[in-house]
Every structure is written in C-alpha cells, then in structure tokens.
Write a protein that binds this ligand. Structure first.
Ligand SMILES: C[S@@+](CC[C@H](N)C(=O)[O-])C[C@H]1O[C@@H](n2cnc3c(N)ncnc32)[C@H](O)[C@@H]1O
Length: 299
C-alpha cells in the first residue's frame, strides 16, 4: 500500500473504530461514486471481492464507513486512485484479438502507400499494463515494412490506473507473455530484462508513450491533431450500455478523417454512429471516418 496516500485518511481515523464494513446504503453510495468516476459498473458476481477489499481498507485506514465516505467526498483523490488500482480488472495480453491486429497492419500499410510522409497516430485506450500498446507498435512496424516504407508513427497508451501505467512504462514482461511463434518472429525486437523477462528494443519503445487518462474525460488533450487508429477493447464491457455509447461518441470525435476506431467484437455491437462507416473485416468490429468528399454513412 502507498503509505503517503493512506496517511491522510489514517490520521483522520486515528480515533475511529477499525475493521468495519460498509453498511448496504453506504456501499450503494460508494458504488455510485465509483461508477461516476470510472464508468465501471460493479457487477453482482464481483460484489464479494469488492466488499472484501473495502472492509480491509477501512481496517487499514482505521475509519468507520461514515467517516471513510466523508473523507472520500472531501479530498479523496489519492484514495480514489488507490481504489481504481485495486478494483479495476487489468487482464490483458499481447495481440489479444488477432483479427483486429491484422486489420491495423493492413490499415498502416495502406496509409504508408497512400499518404506517404504523413505521420500516423495510434491510441490504445485502456491499455492496462502496456501489452496492447506495444502490440500496436509492432503492427505499425509490420505495416510500414510491408509497404516498403520507413516507419513514421507514434503510439499512446492511456489508462486510469497509475499502477498499471507504471508497469507499462517499465515495459518488462515474462517471456511466456509472448507465444512461442511471436517470440520467434519478434526475436530481433526483444532484449533480456532480468531473469525470464524481456523488453522491447528502443526501436519499439521510443515509439510508445503512456499517459494517465480517463476515457470519460472528453478532452484527451494529448492528441491535438486527431488520431488515425483508436483501439479500445475490453474496457467498455464494464460500462452500462448508455455510457459505452457515450464513451464511443467521445472517441469517434477524436478520429482524423480516414481514421479507424477498432473496438472489441462484443464490446458494443449495437452502436450505430451515423457519421462513420462500418469496416468490412470478418470477426472485427471497426468503424472508419470517411475522407472529405467520400459519402458519409447515414447521409
Ligand atoms: C480489462 S483491461 C483491458 C486491457 C486491454 N485494452 C486489452 O484489451 O487487453 C481494462 C483496462 O481499462 C482501464 N479502465 C477502466 N476504466 C477506465 C476509464 N474510465 N478510463 C480509462 N481506463 C479505464 C482499467 O484500468 C484496465 O487497465
């Protein structure tokens, strides 16, 4: 636990009883705040885990439910970050959805041929510990190589969890995080990083940056000129339907003309953005913002 973060609450709680659990009405209030901050709706099957984490936390900071909620409502920013790190699901893998990554390679190769000289921006939204962002960098390298062009691109990975981003920035992964086939294919781009671990060489790492960002925050100030490929998978599944659509609408507005938004195949099958066209790629759920002069879907 981060002692600096908890010290404020611990001081407030010094006189309070320790080890309490949140009463049902307090939990409901807490879950509502958590959802408004992160978008994540805590589902029934995760309740026992979440309540266990909260009970343990009350014990650690020495606060009863009422004082804990009061502290959260006040200057609880560090505590919210702690809770996000503890409670958000950060499961991820390299090249998790192969068909989507194949689409990225094709899009990059086409970009390299048709828009030679224009830089290319890719964004991994909800990148967790970085595997997805590095996979996109590998895809982009492969796409430029297929087109016979020098690579000119940048990948940003964003997440709400500081702990996940810390691991992404370190970029050291166990060897078995890559399949044997990927290890063989990517050998020249890997270097040792301690016993049984690897990291990508600078030729990959220098293309990738990680930033803290909440997908519910519409500003996303780090891509001022718009994004060519937005990749957002296995994040929106934790949101209620209306909030998924809201977040997708925010993301769609960040696309450059000709840009692609690639979501997980089951993430939001009923989203129908009027101004984007559906990409025809088997097994993939992706949308493209038409170029100027092309007929826009829904026109
Ligand atoms: C299950 S992981 C998915 C990782 C990766 N996209 C993949 O498909 O393998 C979901 C990630 O979304 C992040 N997340 C949850 N709510 C978020 C929000 N409101 N804004 C940004 N990231 C969020 C979590 O911290 C977690 O790292």
């Amino acid at each position: 636990m981060n002692s600096e973060r908890s010290s404020g609450l611990a001081a407030v709680g010094a006189l309070a009883r320790a080890g309490e659990v949140l009463a049902d009405h307090q939990y409901r209030l807490w879950a509502d705040w958590f959802e408004r901050r992160t978008g994540v709706h805590i589902q029934e099957h995760r309740l026992p885990f979440v309540r266990r984490v909260l009970a343990q936390r009350l014990g650690e900071v020495g606060l009863d439910g009422e004082r804990y909620l009061a502290a959260l409502a006040g200057s609880g920013e560090g505590e919210w970050r702690y809770l996000a790190d503890q409670l958000l699901i950060q499961e991820t893998r390299f090249f998790r959805h192969r068909e989507s990554h194949s689409l990225v390679r094709r899009v990059v190769a086409r970009h390299a041929i048709e828009r030679a000289g224009a830089d290319l921006h890719l964004w991994s939204v909800g990148c967790a510990t970085g595997e997805e962002a590095y996979s996109l960098a590998i895809d982009a390298l492969a796409g430029f190589a297929a087109a016979g062009s020098a690579p000119d691109f940048a990948v940003i990975g964003s997440d709400i969890s500081g702990a996940a981003l810390g691991r992404a920035r370190r970029g050291s992964y166990p060897l078995d995080a890559l399949s044997a086939a990927d290890r063989a294919a990517l050998g020249a781009l890997l270097e040792p990083a301690g016993a049984g671990h690897f990291r990508f060489t600078d030729s990959v790492r220098e293309r990738v940056a990680f930033v803290a960002d909440n997908v519910l925050d519409q500003r996303h100030g780090f891509f001022t000129a718009g994004v060519d490929i937005i990749f957002c998978q296995n994040l929106l599944i934790y949101f209620r339907r209306w909030r998924r659509q809201q977040a997708l609408n925010f993301l769609a507005r960040r696309l450059r003309r000709g840009g692609y938004l690639i979501v997980g195949p089951g993430d939001c099958a009923d989203w129908r953005p009027g101004h984007l066209e559906r990409v025809d790629a088997p097994g993939v759920l992706a949308f493209r913002r038409p170029l100027e002069g092309e007929v826009e879907a829904g026109d």
